[in-house]
Design a protein. Sequence first.
Length: 124
Amino acid sequence: DSLPSIEEADLARLVDAFYARVRMDVELGPIFNDAIQDWPEHLEKLAAFWSSVMLSSGRYKGQPLPAHLKHQGRITPALFDRWLNLWKQTTEELMEPDAALALQAKAARIAESLQLALFFRLDR
Ligand code: HEM
């Protein structure tokens, strides 16, 4: 009965591996490759994001929702399933099982709230 052991270096490796796969994915790849010019900066930002989520480090100061709203026309619910499947595969391969499960659960909750904001419209 303890929290999964996750370190900054694990998260940096995970983020690098995940986005390498995202970029090669036939459906997700083009969206990210069109949107992101500076990949080292994006990877650093996403490592900080996961560090804030999993380790409460406070390293990420951004706002994920507006970043995704910008791409609303291209992002679909099916793409979220694809993203989460790739996250599941990558966390299973790179992390200890308990850490992988914790990372998957967090991603699923964040994906759910992003999808509510992106796809659940009250104004129509
Ligand atoms: C940023 C796409 C799901 C976390 C971005 C950007 C794109 C993108 C294109 C760059 C935005 C820009 O600056 O133009 C997607 C797609 C997703 C997805 C297509 C699924 C279909 C997720 C999920 C999470 C997440 C599930 C978290 C668990 C982030 C974060 C940023 C980001 C933290 C950086 C925001 C910032 O600039 O501070 N995403 N995303 N994304 N995404 Fe996603």
